[in-house]
Design a protein around this ligand. Structure first.
Ligand SMILES: Nc1ncnc2c1ncn2[C@@H]1O[C@H](COP(=O)(O)OP(=O)(O)OP(=O)(O)O)[C@@H](O)[C@H]1O
Ligand SMILES: Nc1ncnc2c1ncn2[C@@H]1O[C@H](COP(=O)(O)OP(=O)(O)OP(=O)(O)O)[C@@H](O)[C@H]1O
Ligand SMILES: [Mg+2]
Ligand SMILES: [Mg+2]
Lengths: 256, 256
């Protein structure tokens, strides 16, 4: 039975895709069978895993419209050693296409259930908005990993994110929990970052991951080569941090 | 007649809100009458201008549902010396509420037209997604200011953004243009940033603003005090860069 994890935060640019791609690759490195579902019309996770999004067909869009199964749409990320459900800008139409359809919130959950036994982990990279795509991810997930920058707007946005997770818990998925908050692009010399970090520790306690992802330019360079950072520069600070996160994820899941 | 500018990029965290709030304050400092419309359910521009989003009512949401006019919803940003149409998470429901309504793409344009003579500039802070809210902004705007970080995913996203602007130009607003691309959080020591900067100059030519916004922590601190950076620390690099941008914006508009 796989662990299904949504990687979400409606605040933009906080490291959701970077976390999704590199956690997937690091878990694969530790012997886990991983599926990464890209739910963002930007298709960044698809590209970051080395797959050309513009020619990918079918994508998660066709899965949500019940036209194909996950088995038919999944592709292999060669450099990452995990499977990917690709996405591209066609997905931007999903919100309007799905809104009047049956079971619009549960389509992804039903589709992923068919392949649950093939994987140890299923990760979902969410778009920077609390829309039907993110709700589909929350309806499918056992828990939510929340990447966040330790800055004001990202802190501000947590209230709305937690409120949305609570609503999904009541209406669609009673077992959803917050897996943890991951501090990303963390600069220990910044007073603002320290203050925000203290506030989230106070509020979320041990839900805050011990692993902290530092700002490391190699993480920003790797996707331009279509590579997870482990395949781009395995000794850099960013690669080591994501390996540490993968180990902490396994510990938290009781797998060691 | 006011100049109406959409500040948009579906890539998250590239400095849209920081640009919207600080360009508004800097234009006001130069004697312009400015309205800032917050179109993001995150309500960051509302908070960054010093207005409490959680108690703001009516907001842009009621304007889009044709329940109130802009005159009834606008508030004053005391520290910024500009007017604001506030937003909060209630707006997240707009996509679903508007989708089956008449003139769903033109509601904002019609509402803003009623106050066009009150302002020299109307700026719109867009959410990190190419949805109905952003389309409403594009339908209302004469041009689009595109903040961007000089990194791979942001570069990647320009294709989809330009394609969306073209579609709006054909269907809804024949006069829309790209006003310019603004390099934000620019680190001149980074080779990646230099490479991406060269690529956008090659592709967009003089549409790339001369003004470059450096990474400056004061820009990230100011919103936690509900202040534009001009009111928080007017001598810092960030404040000076946005004043420079305001001057360049006036030059480009033929106002000096
Ligand atoms: N730890 C890091 N150090 C340096 N750069 C990083 C780091 N994490 C992410 N980045 C870069 O910061 C930018 C934002 O990260 P990313 O795109 O992963 O965020 P996101 O939350 O997925 O954004 P969106 O909201 O658009 O989906 C990207 O250009 C990425 O390469
Ligand atoms: N030039 C800068 N120097 C340092 N920090 C900055 C700068 N510009 C923006 N920031 C910070 O970076 C983060 C992202 O900026 P901002 O929220 O303005 O981007 P955005 O594009 O509006 O994000 P979203 O996609 O969520 O709407 C914020 O925490 C902001 O305070
Ligand atoms: Mg992303
Ligand atoms: Mg914003």
């Amino acid at each position: 039975m796989s662990r299904i994890l949504a990687i979400a935060n409606q605040k933009g640019g906080v490291g959701k895709t970077t976390t999704a791609v590199n956690l997937a690759a690091s878990l694969a490195e530790l012997g886990q069978r991983v599926l990464l579902a890209d739910l963002d019309p930007q298709g960044n996770a698809t590209m970051g895993a080395g797959i050309e999004k513009r020619t990918a067909l079918p994508t998660v869009y066709q899965i949500l419209l019940n036209q194909v199964s996950v088995r038919e749409a999944r592709m292999r990320s060669e450099p990452g050693h995990f499977d990917v459900i690709p996405a591209n800008r066609e997905l931007a139409g999903a919100e309007i296409d799905l809104v009047n359809l049956e079971q619009r919130d549960l389509r992804l959950k039903v589709a992923l259930a068919q392949v649950a036994d093939d994987y140890d982990f299923i990760l979902m990279d969410c778009p920077p908005t609390l829309n039907l795509l993110t709700v589909n991810a929350f309806a499918s997930a056992q828990s939510v990993l929340i990447p966040m920058q330790c800055e004001y707007y990202a802190l501000e946005g947590l209230t709305d994110l937690v409120a949305t997770i609570k609503k999904v818990k009541q209406r669609l998925n009673p077992s959803i929990e917050i897996e943890g908050l991951l501090r990303v692009m963390f600069d220990p010399r910044s007073t603002l970052a320290q203050q925000v970090s203290d506030q989230i520790k106070q509020h979320f306690g041990n839900k805050v991951y011990d692993t902290v992802i530092p700002r490391n330019v190699r993480l920003a360079e790797a996707p331009s080569h279509g590579l997870p950072v482990l395949a781009y520069d395995r000794q850099c600070k960013g690669a080591r941090a994501y390996m540490e996160l993968a180990e902490e994820t396994l510990r938290r899941a009781g797998i060691t």
